[in-house]
Design a protein around this ligand. Structure first.
Ligand code: SF4
Length: 336
């Protein structure tokens, strides 16, 4: 039976020290590469509109993740509110960009721990998946520490936009079991234009390299056939090749390995700021104002062969028809 390394860290007292180290970073916040240097412990807020208490916008067993994570009872996803990126096309915008409103969903660390235990023990989820965790890493680790006291034992999934700090990721070694980063762009200009951050490429690639250093290529699979540990790199294909798929896949093959596990996603659809009204006003949004074409998707799938990738998943092209979260329903935001 798989025992997550965070249990050993908990038993040796090291998990408490890591939580303390991470929480101390909030006093002059450099938890993500934006380096805002504000005191979140004193209630100050900056780019991610998040202070000390974690914002949990929704939580539920989720069946839409990669098949080898989901199993019969799903991943127990905990959706943090707000975000360190401001993606124009964010599919979770109802919880990631309603900055002031989401602060109403602040909860205590004890409640965060309770949610983890509920997902594990009541819903039987095979893992706890933290969605958009970057700006809440210290709170996440404090929550895991608290939940360990009540028997948390399933793998922890870190489901991130990859704009993560390497220093913080190093402190997550042995705490996170499965890294699930989505690598978004291969050009900084796109990162700035569509997600509002500088140097996305340098930071995301450094983050991926650190995740790969910790996990290597191999996925550890349990007796139940589900992934317990490893790195799965997601790549959402955008229209007009705004995601720079060739450059991104080439980086992964040449700088990490072609033996890593990839998850290529076709589910993009125009949403959030990509509305008819905005598209008329802002030329840059025009390029995002359609789904991807089957031909565009097939080209990316051909690159998998070209670069020698053998492990992973590619969403069906039709996924854009059914993968649409609706966070106006916070209890069941996904229909599948
Ligand atoms: S986590 Fe938030 S406050 Fe801290 S550096 Fe990033 S955006 Fe700024």
């Amino acid at each position: 039976m798989y025992k997550p390394p965070y249990r050993n860290l908990f038993e040796s007292g090291k998990l408490a020290r890591r939580a303390e180290q991470l929480t101390a970073m909030l006093a002059s916040c450099n938890i993500c590469p934006l380096d805002c240097n504000i005191n979140r412990l004193a209630g100050e807020i900056s780019r991610c509109y998040s202070a000390w208490l974690p914002i949990v916008s929704s939580y539920c067993p989720h069946f839409g993740e990669e098949p080898a994570l989901v199993g019969t009872n799903g991943v127990g996803n905990i959706f943090f509110g707000n975000c360190n990126l401001k993606c124009s096309y964010c599919q979770n915008y109802e919880i990631s960009q309603r900055w002031k409103e989401e602060r109403k969903n602040e909860i205590s660390i004890e409640r965060l721990a309770e949610i983890m235990i509920e997902l594990q023990d009541i819903h039987g989820c095979h893992a706890i998946g933290f969605v958009s965790p970057t700006h809440f890493v210290p709170q996440m680790v404090e929550g895991i520490l608290e939940a360990c006291k009540f028997g948390l034992h399933v793998p922890i999934i870190y489901n991130t936009n990859a704009y993560d700090s390497v220093e913080v990721l190093k402190l997550l070694a042995g705490i996170v079991d499965i890294y699930l980063p989505d690598i978004k762009y291969a050009e900084d200009e796109m990162g700035y234009r569509y997600s509002g951050v500088k140097e996305y490429v340098r930071h995301s690639r450094a983050a991926l390299s650190e995740m790969h250093r910790q996990m290597g290529n191999e996925l550890i699979v349990g007796e139940d056939g589900l992934v317990k540990r490893g790195l799965i790199i997601r790549h959402l294909v955008l229209p007009n090749d705004l995601a720079g798929s060739r450059e991104t896949l080439s980086f992964i093959a040449n700088n990490l390995s072609s033996h890593v596990t990839l998850s290529v996603m076709s589910q993009y659809y125009p949403t959030n700021k990509v509305t008819a009204e905005n598209v008329d006003k802002f030329e840059s949004l025009q390029l995002l104002n359609r789904r991807i074409r089957e031909r565009e998707y097939d080209k990316v799938l051909d690159l998998l062969d070209e670069f020698g990738f053998e492990n992973g998943w590619a969403q069906e092209f039709e996924s854009q028809d059914y993968y649409r979260p609706d966070f106006s329903n916070r209890i069941i935001p996904f229909t599948r």
